[in-house]
Design a protein around this ligand. Structure first.
Ligand code: GDP
Ligand code: MG
Length: 597
């Protein structure tokens, strides 16, 4: 155990975590040269396509006579929960800061997290190979962030590999080995001689069942042992244990201090929960302190395009839940759309990725309703929570609506301040302070409705600051709101998936925008399509999408005029009939485009 170092890399998105991991994999010869590719640990095709890490990935490396267990983590704020879980499994964190960007909002929140768990933090500045690297300023920012703690800040280029070997040396020197009790997670007073492990993630295999990714805190775990899940109270026999290379590699045993996988054989995936503790069957040891219960932030109703595939959609969601424990879903039926699921997500990016995976990984085409936050509504009939815009009651029934508020923290260059303040105003934010964070950064603190954050705030912030502002947020409380439901009608029929809840002040604008957007993405039909936005019984915006002109007379050459007239007439009648039946199916891609903005 004295030779083990467990750590993760934390940073704002794109600061180079996965690339730094690549260099470590190379230096330690963990991956054969011919198998190496950029951002090796981003294994999912979607991660590779988009160049972002969605899921944490552990890997074990050998360096000199040390065992280094690294967990690469996602940087996007939607996936901060993954980071908090990874941090609970390690003793140290490399805090990576891009020298061209400086400290960003996610850097701040990650540092807070790591500090609260008493981890050893090694600050590192990355991308020093770039000519626009602002090394001195970034150093200054990191110093401000840590107070006196930042003694030495390392400089690396994850791209060229400069400084990475040195960093490995620092890791070995500075990060405590797991046997030194350094006040790690509360609820872990002493070391015990019997097995105790924290599940920080899991995967599922059809014939081996749930494979838990775990950090062993006490004792030893090996094949054949009878163990239990402390919280789920489920008993299982270990089928195999092993380590991440990063693919699974079987071992005889996993000892205290190690990070590895445990094949549980549990087929019913629902019982295994991230944060649960693995103990000996008869153990009366206390469970390890897990993580806070995960909180979905945005909700969307998801329906199969084809009702016959409801069962497939359920299975797909269940399977996805096995690799992404943050998804929440429960059955819902909405009449018009049929049977489907109300799903909860960590944020807009998470929602988008899940919808994409349902189609790509599981082949189920879905209709996803406009995302929404959770509202508490008081009516004369009582109080209830609403997650689906199309179920939002009519205005005259509502006594009060409460909506979630968040605190926000923005870091930005001073010259972008006025643009950002204007944007914040447009998103109903209240600013509590603007302070100098460093020579080149100011910090803006404030509050805003979560609903407004979901209204494309991230992208807007990026664009007013040319990418130089970053944002962190946290839940605050619920507050009264002045909201109405805006419905969208296509071909004289309401489309519940397009309903949305908007503030009174923005009603007209949102109505126009919804109609305009649909006008541009809806495919034409054989008849003219009316697209309308309605609220409070009024039509607020309307456009007609012209019928597709199909040249039905093309095959009749020359003269026969009366024949042509006949055909035209027939076609016109056909259009009318179709129009009256409103027989028009909105293709699933349109729903995806609607939620994507
Ligand atoms: P992550 O989101 O923190 O995992 O960041 P990635 O490792 O995916 O890197 C984001 C981008 O920065 C990629 O295009 C990398 O090639 C690039 N990058 C990472 N480290 C360096 C570096 O040291 N120098 C340069 N020039 N580019 C880098
Ligand atoms: Mg990454």
């Amino acid at each position: 155990m004295p030779n083990i170092r467990n750590f993760c890399i934390i940073a704002h998105i794109d600061h180079g975590k996965s690339t730094l991991a690549d260099r470590m994999l190379e230096i330690t010869n963990t991956i054969e040269k011919r198998k190496m590719r950029e951002q090796f640990l981003d294994m999912h095709p979607l991660e590779r396509e988009r160049g972002i890490t969605i899921k944490m990935q552990p890997v074990r490396m050998n360096y000199k006579n040390y065992i280094l267990n690294l967990i690469d983590t996602p940087g996007h704020i939607d996936f901060n929960y993954e980071v908090s879980r990874a941090l609970a499994a390690v003793e140290g964190a490399i805090l990576l800061v891009d020298a061209t960007q400086g400290v960003e909002a996610q850097t701040l929140s990650n540092v807070e997290l790591a500090k609260s768990l008493n981890l050893k933090i090694i600050p590192v500045i990355n991308k020093i190979d770039l000519p626009q690297a602002r090394i001195a300023e970034t150093k200054e920012e990191i110093k401000n962030l840590f107070g006196e703690v930042a003694e030495n800040i390392l400089l690396v280029s994850a791209k060229t590999g400069e400084g990475v070997e040195n960093l490995l040396e620092e890791i070995v020197k500075k990060i405590p080995s797991p046997d030194l009790d350094v006040g790690r997670p509360s609820g872990r007073p002493t070391s015990f001689n019997e097995p105790r492990a924290l599940i920080f993630d899991f995967e599922y295999s059809a014939h081996r069942g749930v494979i838990a990714h775990a950090r062993i805190f006490d004792g030893e775990i090996k094949k054949g042992l009878k163990l239990k899940l402390a919280e789920a109270k489920e008993i299982f026999t270990v089928g195999e244990v092993g380590i991440f290379k990063p693919e699974l590699e079987a071992k005889n045993a996993l000892a205290a201090g190690e990070i590895g996988y445990i094949v549980t054989g549990i087929k019913e995936a629902k019982v295994v929960r991230v944060g649960d503790t693995i103990l000996r069957e008869s153990s009366d040891l206390p469970a390890l302190a897990g993580y806070k219960e995960i909180m979905p932030v945005v909700f969307s109703s998801i329906y199969p395009e084809d009702q016959d595939r409801f069962g497939d959609l359920r299975r797909a969601l269940e399977r996805l839940k096995l690799v992404d424990s943050a998804i929440f879903f429960e059955e819902e039926s909405s009449g018009v759309l049929g049977r489907g699921f109300r799903c909860g997500f960590l944020g807009a990016l998470h929602l988008e990725i899940v919808v994409e995976r349902l189609t790509r990984d599981f082949g189920v085409k879905v209709i996803a309703a406009m995302p929404t936050v959770k509202y508490k509504i008081k009516t004369k009939k009582g109080e209830f929570e609403i997650y689906s815009p199309h179920k939002f009651p009519d205005e005259h029934e509502i006594l009060e609506v409460l909506e979630p508020y968040i605190t926000i923290e923005i870091l930005a260059p001073p010259e972008k301040l006025s643009g950002i303040l204007k944007l914040l105003g447009e998103h109903e934010a209240k600013i509590s302070s603007t302070t100098k964070f460093s020579e080149s950064r100011i910090k803006i603190d404030g509050e805003m409705p979560l609903r407004e954050l979901m209204r494309d705030f991230f992208d807007a912030l990026k664009s007013v600051s040319q990418g130089y502002a970053s944002l962190g947020y946290e839940f605050l409380d619920s507050r009264p709101a002045d909201l109405v439901k805006l419905d969208v009608w296509v071909a004289e029929e309401i489309v519940p998936a397009f309903s949305r809840i908007v503030s009174h002040a923005r009603l007209e604008y949102e109505a126009e925008a919804a109609v305009e957007k649909l006008y541009n993405i809806l495919p034409r039909a054989l008849f003219s399509l009316k697209i309308q936005a309605k609220a409070q019984g009024r039509i607020l915006a309307s456009r007609s999408l012209k019928a597709m002109s199909k040249d039905v007379t093309g095959y009749l050459y020359g003269g026969d005029r009366s024949r042509k007239m006949k055909l035209w007439k027939k076609q016109k009648e056909g259009k009318k009939r179709l129009g009256a039946r409103a027989d028009y199916n909105i293709p699933p891609e349109v729903y995806l485009k609607m939620i994507r903005k």
